[in-house]
Write a protein that binds this ligand. Structure first.
Ligand SMILES: Nc1ncnc2c1ncn2[C@@H]1O[C@H](COP(=O)(O)OP(=O)(O)O)[C@@H](O)[C@H]1O
Ligand SMILES: [Mg+2]
Length: 238
């Protein structure tokens, strides 16, 4: 039987500084995210959400503990292997979108597939399909500067999906958006949840909880509360 856990941590710890300046940004976290689960990690600014997400995605190395992604232990992996795994298995969504300003929407979305060696025609087809999925088929040739914040974030979400990642990690994806744009992004996450995409969203926006299967509250680097929302089958649909 295959292990349905896509993300797993054991004793995950990341400290900064030392002595009286020591910060336990992530403090001994054990986490299991089954395939298909939408997990919201909530908590006040500075509680360690971004650090946790960076550790889960192999963007940062832990001080101690283990991180497993799709059966691979990543905290001890070489940079080269980790880069390949990130490219093939993870999609990232950031608060400030991180789109390439000089590339059009469709070029931004297809870039990851081209870097992964996909044939250009296939990459373009898939990028257009993804833009359609996020409701931006008619904005494919626009530059980011010609898009609203909500549209930019939807392009970034399409990009995150381009290599069919096992996990999408999103750090405050609605943090720079007004309420109308926030709703667009929430609706999209709801679609991803329904499609069975494993998703970890870090946020201090309570509305994100409404589209999650599970909400973890973080305080001072640790999990203070872990709630599976009513009516949710573990790892499955409501
Ligand atoms: N590079 C760093 N050097 C020192 N301290 C850091 C660094 N990055 C984060 N921290 C500290 O770690 C804690 C958690 O930060 P962070 O993960 O960014 O929290 P959040 O995303 O929840 O706001 C905070 O106290 C922050 O000041
Ligand atoms: Mg943060």
């Amino acid at each position: 039987m295959t292990d349905p856990t896509v993300l797993r941590t054991r004793g995950l710890t990341r400290r900064y500084g030392r002595d009286s300046g020591l910060v336990r940004a992530v403090d001994d976290v054990d986490l299991d995210v089954p395939a298909g689960q939408t997990l919201a990690v909530m908590g006040p600014s500075g509680c360690g959400k971004s650090t946790l997400l960076h550790l889960l995605g192999g963007l940062q190395r832990p001080t101690a503990g283990e991180v497993w992604l799709a059966g691979n232990r990543i905290d001890t992996m070489s940079e080269r292997a980790l880069a390949r795994l990130r490219r093939d298995s993870l999609g990232f969504v950031f608060q400030s979108f991180h789109l390439m300003d000089e590339l059009t929407a469709v070029e931004n979305v297809e870039l990851a597939a081209l870097l992964a060696g996909r044939p250009p025609r296939r990459a373009r087809q898939r990028a257009l399909h993804l833009l359609d999925r996020v409701g931006l088929a008619d904005r494919a040739t626009h530059l980011p500067s010609a898009l609203s914040g909500g549209q930019r974030q939807r392009v970034a979400i399409a990009r995150a999906l381009s290599n069919e990642p096992q996990v999408v990690l999103a750090d405050e994806p609605t943090g720079n958006l007004d309420s109308a744009a926030t709703l667009e992004v929430l609706r999209l996450f709801e679609d991803l949840r329904a499609a069975g995409q494993t998703l970890v969203v870090v946020t201090h926006d309570a509305r994100i909880a409404a589209v999650a299967d599970r909400v973890v509250a973080m305080r001072d680097g640790a999990f203070a509360d872990d709630t599976r929302l009513a009516g949710t089958v573990y790892g499955g649909r409501r």
